[in-house]
Design a binder for this molecule. Structure first.
Ligand code: GDP
Length: 473
């Protein structure tokens, strides 16, 4: 990759590395300092891209108080399964979205906006439940301003209700309780209110400060009150953004569309996103080719809290990825490539702890690893059996060696695949790896160790296992 970027030959780069005392192969990662030395040696200029560069690009605008304008709240609906989350979202959309938008066909882009009778705009995220809420948060996008906690009046507070409460509290997002299915004859809203007390949600009717509204997603009863409650809560929050700056947003959902390529619904969080803007989003980048709103209409720009479907991405981002508009395509490419590399390194580090040393280090970091997986290949059946028996004797209640597979003959690609999947090294006794296996092991960073004395092999595994043991203490 480095050779490629410098437009130099791989062999020359490997040679330069060797001259600096680094025995690197083609696919090996080298650290940034080494890369910098090599690049300079070849007479090229180094531009380092790092998280702080990305932040520099992104935080170059400081929103001053007078630039800030009120923005609509973003609402997520949560609650137990079957309590009516989807029905409620549909009811609100059907009741409110089309008014004044003749010919507008609502399309599902993962979020929609409605206008209350008082003219307040509200943005609803269309994926109910806390799974989406949490996964977005874990990717760094906190988009929700208000959580609607749906509890069915003919049921009670259920496990997922409690989870939803905990997620909202963890994210420090205010809640409004929608007591749904109020049309049902067996509805008992006061039971819901008392139930909630046990989870430290004290609604207004119980003299607390959490708004509660009785609704029916089926009859439409209480919907207007619910929307008013949201608008009131939003006013209290004094939500603001600066429509004048370069846009920043979060991906609500994204997919690869056969006809249109990668498509992402982006919720603009700050600034204004415009057609033609160049942006980076997670590990992807792009230029806004076209945008459509939740009515399926083409729009040229989208301001704070507005969800739009964006075309013009070079790849499909993930829900929760953050989008930032940048100045140049070069910047966008550079940041996306940098992030991709960081993500790759992370995956490699997490997935493939396949040398004995790494396994020991991993065991020290993670007390639950009390098992040392290995693969054994030997020249004859007798040796393989002897090794497996010796392995089984190593360890005690807390640690044991687990022979994933033992066999006779050369080490093959299949062995490497298994070793990689289980994070195990391969121990070869009087056998070698064939060429495809060697390549594959190199690529996947699977360690292959060769032995011709059983005692040496057993000794190495014992040392690794005792590393695990000492990690336990
Ligand atoms: P979700 O799993 O929370 O999204 O719940 P759904 O919206 O799928 O609703 C579950 C079931 O409850 C469906 O059969 C709905 O028709 C029904 N339901 C939802 N809201 C109401 C309501 O206000 N009144 C009545 N009677 N039924 C409702």
């Amino acid at each position: 990759e480095l050779a490629n970027r410098m437009a130099e030959r791989v062999a020359d780069v490997v040679k330069a590395l060797m001259q600096s005392g680094i025995m690197a192969t083609q696919n090996q990662s080298i650290d940034a300092d080494t890369a910098e030395l090599i690049i300079e040696e070849f007479g090229h200029r180094v531009t380092r891209v790092s998280d702080s560069d990305v932040e520099d690009v992104i935080d170059s605008v400081d929103d001053s108080e007078e630039d800030l304008m009120p923005r609509p709240p973003v609402i997520t609906v949560m609650g137990h399964v079957d309590h009516g989350k989807t029905s409620l979202l549909d009811a609100i959309r059907n009741a409110k979205v089309v008014s004044g938008e003749a010919g507008g066909i609502t399309q599902h882009i993962g979020a929609y906006q409605v206008k209350t009778d008082d003219g307040a705009l509200l943005t609803f995220l269309d994926t109910p439940g806390h799974a989406a809420f949490t996964s977005m948060r874990s990717r760094g996008a906190q988009v929700t301003d208000i959580v609607i906690l749906v509890v069915a009046a003919d049921d009670a507070v259920m496990p997922q209700t409690i989870e939803a409460i905990n997620h909202a509290k963890a994210a420090e997002v205010p809640m409004i309780v929608a007591i749904n299915k109020i049309d049902r004859p067996e509805a008992n809203p006061d039971k819901v209110r008392t139930d909630l007390l046990q989870h430290e949600v004290i609604v207004e009717k119980m003299s607390g400060d959490v708004q509660d509204v009785e609704v029916s997603a089926i009859t439409g009863q209480g919907l207007d009150e619910l929307l008013e409650a949201i608008a009131l809560q939003a006013e209290i929050l004094e939500l603001k953004a600066n429509p004048g700056r370069a846009a920043q947003g979060a991906v609500i959902e994204a997919q690869l569309d056969v006809g249109r390529g990668p498509v992402a619904t982006v919720l603009v969080q700050n600034g204004t996103l415009r057609q033609g803007d160049i942006f980076v989003v997670g590990e992807q980048w792009g230029r806004v080719r076209a945008m459509e709103n939740d009515q399926g209409k083409r729009v040229k720009e989208a301001g704070p809290s507005v969800p739009v479907e964006v075309l013009g991405l070079n790849g499909t981002p993930e829900a929760g990825d953050v989008l930032n508009v940048v100045d140049t395509e070069a910047q966008a490419r550079e940041i996306a490539a940098y992030r991709e590399q960081v993500a790759k390194d992370k995956r490699a580090a997490a997935g493939a702890a396949t040398t004995l040393e790494q396994l020991m280090a991993k065991a020290k970091a993670d007390e639950n690893v009390a098992e040392l997986p290995i693969l054994v290949k030997a020249d004859v059946q007798g040796s393989a059996e002897a090794i497996v028996q010796a392995m089984e004797k190593i360890g005690n209640d807390e640690v044991r060696v687990r022979v994933l597979h033992s066999g006779v003959g050369a080490i093959t690609e299949t062995d490497v695949g298994l070793a990689e999947a289980s994070g195990a090294p391969i121990m070869g006794f009087n056998v070698r790896a064939n060429a495809p296996a060697r390549n594959s092991a190199n690529q996947k960073s699977v360690e292959i160790r060769y032995y011709s004395v059983i005692y040496d092999l057993v000794d190495d595994v014992k040392a690794a296992a005792s590393g695990l043991l000492s990690a336990e203490i």
